[in-house]
Write a protein that binds this ligand. Structure first.
Ligand code: TYC
Length: 103
């Protein structure tokens, strides 16, 4: 019997576009007893594109709860922001800590 085309179902299925979202990471600030509140607010404004009010809310959450999320980004951007915050804090000799974790 003549084999019909694609009898074994080997033809490629039409590709359905499935855009893959990159894994996201939270950038967290940690509380400490020494970094001035004003410095933390300015840091959040500068590196996370928040306005004064948003930055103040985040700073107060970190201050009262121990940590808080400044933003959620793809891994390379999250790592860059963490490094920027740590370098900025070091430059001004504040012990402010920043870390990332999977969202
Ligand atoms: N706890 C600090 C203070 O009382 C303020 C502070 C807030 C420090 C947030 C770090 O990530 C931080 N001066």
């Amino acid at each position: 019997m003549a084999t019909s085309p694609n009898e074994n179902n080997t033809a490629l299925k039409p590709e359905v576009a499935k855009p893959k979202l990159p894994p996201m990471f939270k950038v967290l600030l940690l509380n400490d007893d020494y970094t001035p509140m004003e410095f933390v607010v300015e840091t959040i404004e500068r590196f996370f594109n928040k306005d004064r009010e948003q930055a103040t809310q985040i700073m107060l959450k970190v201050h009262t709860e121990g940590m808080g999320v400044c933003g959620v980004y793809p891994q390379d951007i999250a790592e860059t922001k963490m490094t920027q915050v740590l370098m900025h804090a070091k430059e001004y000799q504040h012990p402010l800590q920043c870390t990332i974790e999977p969202a």
